[in-house]
Design a binder for this molecule. Structure first.
Ligand SMILES: CC(C)(COP(=O)(O)OP(=O)(O)OC[C@H]1O[C@@H](n2cnc3c(N)ncnc32)[C@H](O)[C@@H]1OP(=O)(O)O)[C@@H](O)C(=O)NCCC(=O)NCCS
Length: 306
């Protein structure tokens, strides 16, 4: 068994001990810069640094820096995160690093020993992938009209989606870029035309809430398999309530409906990303039954990695 294979197997054991919902550790990416470190106890750890740039027409730029260095750690069961982050920092010294940049690491939320290393190196827990297994939803009394959105609803869906982008840009990873309205319009028009599971909540005929979702399969070979147990999952991409209607129960009714419908579509559970510094969503999502599985540790600009 090669050293990398041994580390992947050990890391899978680490993940399983940390959290029963984590899938086994993925094979390291083939494209990327390999870093290694020897620890005081003689063990070796490794990682792959992947570098990616997103052009002005990429929707990724709405929630990401334009240029990202992502470390994929391979530390097995050991305590090597600190040593690996030191190598990550050194690797950046050799590159020209601009302002619209970030260093990113996805890591199991319950690995608090690694969390200490991330904090010490200047990374912040900017996003969390939260999961909710399929369970009967507590009854939520319905006072709103909730219905599937159609292509005719593009303007309402766009306005609500941009309201979420604007709020989240204050407390998380999203960025209000000048091209945001055009990029969102194009992406949402495609999703509405493709009959994606998108719901609107209406009060007196006015759309006050949006739940924009998708169905994602976690099967061997898919990107989702790196993050989620196998199966068909409901992805809650964007939930947004108009600023004046927040805190009045719109989100609770909308999410109860979305969960019910996504479960009816045969999903094993639902997942989403939220930002721990968001004072609304960080309370709202755990109350809707979500708990952290992965934390996305990030620092911007990338040169601020310590
Ligand atoms: C997060 C959001 C979707 C929640 O929808 P909402 O309609 O405001 O929430 P609800 O009124 O249904 O409240 C449900 C729960 O959320 C929490 N909550 C809502 N408003 C809150 C506030 N102002 N302060 C603290 N907690 C709040 C409460 O725990 C509440 O439960 P309770 O009524 O049993 O106490 C909505 O506030 C929103 O659009 N925020 C801005 C965009 C955003 O953050 N989207 C989510 C990105 S992941």
């Amino acid at each position: 068994m090669s050293a990398a294979r041994g580390l992947v197997a050990a890391q899978s054991a680490r993940f399983a001990a940390l959290d029963p919902l984590l899938p086994p550790a993925a094979e390291p990416p083939r494209d990327g810069h390999v870093v290694t470190a020897a620890l005081a106890d003689g063990t070796r750890v490794a990682g792959v640094i992947c570098h990616e740039s997103f052009g002005p027409h990429s929707t990724t730029r709405l929630w990401s820096a334009a240029e990202v260095w992502e470390l994929v750690p391979l530390i097995g069961t050991g305590q090597g995160m600190d040593a690996l982050l030191t190598r990550f920092r050194r690797h950046l010294d050799a590159d020209e690093v601009g302002e619209d940049t970030a260093c990113v690491v996805h890591w199991p939320s319950r690995d608090t020993v690694a969390a200490r290393a991330f904090l010490d190196h200047g990374l912040v827990p900017l996003s969390v992938l939260g999961v909710r297994l399929r369970t009967p939803h507590p009854h939520v009394p319905r006072t709103l009209t909730i219905r599937r959105a159609t292509p005719n609803d593009l303007e309402s869906v766009l306005a609500l989606s941009l309201a979420e982008l604007e709020y989240s840009s204050l407390v998380g990873s999203t960025i209000v870029r000048p091209e945001a309205p055009a990029l969102k319009r194009r992406a949402l028009a495609e999703r509405l035309a493709g009959a994606s599971p998108i719901w609107l909540a209406e009060r007196d005929g006015i759309a006050v809430g949006l739940a924009e979702c998708a169905i994602v399969s976690s099967e061997p070979g898919t990107a989702a398999a790196h993050r989620l147990p196998r199966g068909r999952w409901g992805y809650v991409n964007c939930v947004s309530v108009l600023p004046g209607a927040r805190g009045t129960g719109v989100g609770r009714q909308l999410v109860a409906h979305a969960h019910q419908e996504l479960h009816r579509m045969g999903t094993v559970g639902t997942y989403l990303y939220y930002n721990p510094p968001n004072p609304l969503s960080s309370v709202f999502w755990p109350r809707q039954g979500y708990r952290p599985l992965w934390t996305v540790w990030e620092v911007r600009p990338a040169s601020a990695l310590r």
